[in-house]
Design a protein around this ligand. Sequence first.
Ligand SMILES: [Zn+2]
Length: 160
Amino acid sequence: MKKSIHINFEVVHSGELSDEINALIVASEMAVITSHAPYSKFHVGAALLLDNGKIVKGSNQENASFPIGFCAERTALSGKIAVAPNAKVEAIAISVLSESGKILPPIPPCGMCRQALLEEETKQNQPIKVYLSGNDQQVIVIDTIKDLLPFQFNGSIFNE
Ligand SMILES: [Zn+2]
């Protein structure tokens, strides 16, 4: 029996988003400045909007020992857990910039970051909205991490 999983997303112009979300996207762009990506030269910034109104930023931090590196999303998530462990994450904005200033389209989080964000979403029992921003003013909007990770591994197996 063939089955399918359906996900929803929107593609909008940044001008269609609220001031609060545009501020979140700008924070993720500012976070790019702190990126350490001498190997890939692919600079990523992430910003989390918390339910207390605060924004926590992170950027990718590469390492000469490649597997040690952190993506921007997990750097931001670690920062949030350090400064506001009980706050809920309402949204994440992710921005990318090439070193040459080339226009890049929105880039989705890698599988490891999707899994990390899913854990946070499950823990807080509230969806995390995702805004993927390139430098072409187009923003991809996804309502929940679950839509980024069909066939998710969510730990419910441990409760069986
Ligand atoms: Zn990642």
